[in-house]
Design a binder for this molecule. Structure first.
Ligand SMILES: [Zn+2]
Length: 89
């Protein structure tokens, strides 16, 4: 069955893997890692595609240096916010 996906979601997930090793993320628990990705996704323009064409489209987007830098900029912004105000004690 075909579905609709936001191509930015797997892209943010993928870029976050490298990001969290190169940026001083203050807490790397599951809650904070997800919060960072959710905040970044909400600030980035979504790119909806059908699941059928999604895989190729996502690979193409990952080669786009402007898009990568936009995602990393939003991840940094989100990591700073979550670091200052984590959703846990
Ligand atoms: Zn945490």
């Amino acid at each position: 069955m075909m579905a609709m996906i936001n191509a930015m979601e797997p892209i943010v997930k993928e870029l976050f893997e490298d990001f969290q090793h190169s940026y001083p993320v203050s807490c790397t628990c599951e809650q904070c890692r997800l919060d960072i990705q959710v905040i970044a996704l909400n600030r980035l323009q979504p790119k909806y595609v059908t699941s059928k064409m999604g895989e190729v489209y996502i690979k193409t987007l990952l080669l786009n240096t402007q898009l990568r830098s936009d995602v990393v900029r939003e991840l940094a912004h989100a990591a700073d916010l979550v670091g200052k105000n984590p959703h846990h004690a």
